[in-house]
Design a protein around this ligand. Structure first.
Ligand code: FAD
Length: 447
């Protein structure tokens, strides 16, 4: 009776403990991916994420076939679909790598119990985080709410396990259950086809992810600490979508970085990813609720749709914000420094609720991540864990001077700002800053 490996946010063959366990069982292995768009509480993917997923699944399917395996694609609520596939395949075991979002954990726990009750072997594995969320605790036994002691505690634990080798064969004779065709899922945009810039920028899939990791470690890591904040420097790893989709495991990134020497600062960015996921684990509604409840008192003014649209399209009249929002629209990515500035402008100069910005990023980022995105939005808004203090408001003009002093980044994405008649700012930075601070008084008096 074959084993099923249920792939989720781990679209890779190397360092995949669920796949390894299925192979060790010694029976034929069937890969399964379920597109779950309507399971209870499951957040439907955004447009750019769907684009990435399509190509990453195509790559994974091809790699499994080359090794004698199969990738079965099915669509629908995961609990029903996985059970049906087990029956169709007459499978004896199901293996998966753990997920950490609230609704996902519920689905997985329910399924595990139901399958086991039916005599099916089920095992789940740690693969997507370096440290399991329940293993990192303060001295008092509570979860950390500040990054530095959190990361220190992580580093004091036994280090991340070494990555598992990529299997050469994944197969054995079996009768594969019926699969949907990837094209029928219509994950790619057609009318209009807005993905041209994504195609020009990215190559999804595990082989390209590994190449990028190697290239980053050889060519860019040495410059990382110095240049990581400069959006034109190309000094960061661009691994975020690869980690988001699990084309690389954090263990692989960790160990290869350590072998390449140095990298403490870079590794601590992986630490922020861990922190965001641990916070989500303890606060499953991170994308919808202020982590600090006193922020519920924030008097958001009535939404001005024209302001939101100007921000989304990169027409705010602030060079760095516009450049960032255009980079995002074109490539599905934005440099971290610019994400912070663009997010701060939305929340603290346009006084638009951080959730509207989070939703836009969710739809447009190829690395849109269930923890990192809401976590960082709340960090910028001041409502989150170890967040920037609300009153520290980025000035987008000063940020541009500091981090893009020669205007290389703005020239690439928003050259209209460097012409003779640059656009006017949508709002006055000084006045809106004052209004934001006045609104914040309500939060202070609620705390
Ligand atoms: P590098 O600097 O090379 O960092 C290496 C890896 O560390 C990244 O790939 C990422 O996995 C992790 N990392 C780095 N910075 C952070 C951070 N602040 N928080 C969590 N993990 C981090 N990152 C996402 O992966 N998905 C998101 O949806 C996302 N939304 C964001 C929204 C806002 C408003 C902000 C300010 C940041 C957001 N980030 C998000 C974090 C960060 O901007 C990106 O991870 C980073 O820009 C990706 O580029 P890189 O891989 O070259 O980063």
């Amino acid at each position: 009776r074959p084993s099923i490996v249920w792939f989720r946010d781990d679209l890779r063959l190397a360092d995949n403990p669920a796949l390894r366990a299925a192979l060790d069982r010694g029976e034929p292995v069937i890969g399964l991916y379920v597109l779950d768009e309507d399971g209870p509480g499951i957040r439907p993917l955004g447009g750019a994420a769907r684009w990435w997923l399509h190509h990453s699944l195509a790559s994974l399917g091809e790699r499994l076939r080359e090794r004698g395996g199969t990738l079965v694609l099915r669509r629908g609520p995961a609990d029903r679909i996985v059970s049906e596939t087990v029956t169709d395949a007459a499978a004896g075991a199901v293996f998966w790598n753990r997920r950490y979002g609230g609704p996902e954990r519920e689905v997985d726990a329910g399924l595990k119990a139901a399958l086991r009750a039916g005599g099916i072997e089920v095992s789940s594995f740690a693969a997507s985080l370096l440290f399991e969320p329940w293993t990192v605790r303060t001295g008092a036994g509570t979860p950390f709410s500040v990054f530095t002691p959190f990361w220190r505690a992580c580093l004091a634990l036994p280090g991340p396990r070494a990555p598992l080798a990529e299997p050469r064969e994944v197969g054995g004779p079996h009768r594969a259950p019926a699969s949907d065709s990837l094209d029928d899922w219509e994950l790619l945009p057609t009318r209009p086809d807005w993905a041209k810039g994504l195609r020009e920028t990215w190559e999804p899939g595990e082989p390209a992810a590994r190449r990028r990791l190697r290239e980053f470690l050889q060519e860019d890591l040495a410059n990382y600490d110095r240049a990581r904040d400069e959006p034109a420097a190309g000094a960061t790893s661009l691994l975020s979508p690869r980690l988001r989709w699990g084309e690389l495991s954090p263990h692989t990134v960790w160990h290869e970085t350590v072998e390449a020497g140095a990298g403490g600062r870079f590794l601590s960015e992986l630490g922020w990813r861990e922190f965001a996921w641990h916070v989500l684990f303890h606060h499953p509604d991170l994308a919808s609720r202020n982590l600090r409840p006193e922020f519920d008192a924030f008097p958001w003014p009535h939404l001005k749709p024209t302001h939101l649209a100007a921000w989304q399209r990169g027409r705010t009249g602030l060079a760095l914000v516009d450049a960032g929002m255009k980079e995002l629209w074109h490539t599905g990515y934005m440099h971290n420094r610019v994400r912070m500035v663009a997010a701060s402008f939305l929340v603290k100069n346009l006084l638009i609720d951080w959730r509207r910005g989070e939703e836009w990023f969710w739809d447009t980022l190829v690395d849109a991540d269930g923890a990192n995105n809401p976590f960082n939005w709340q960090w910028v808004a001041g409502s989150g864990a170890d967040a920037a203090p609300y009153f520290r408001i980025f000035n987008p003009q000063l940020q541009a001077k500091k981090f893009d002093p020669d205007g290389h980044y703005v020239r690439e994405w928003a050259p209209e700002h460097l012409g003779e008649h640059p656009p006017d700012p949508l709002v006055d930075l000084g006045e809106t800053r004052k209004a934001a601070l006045a609104a914040y008084e309500r939060v202070k008096s609620a705390s």
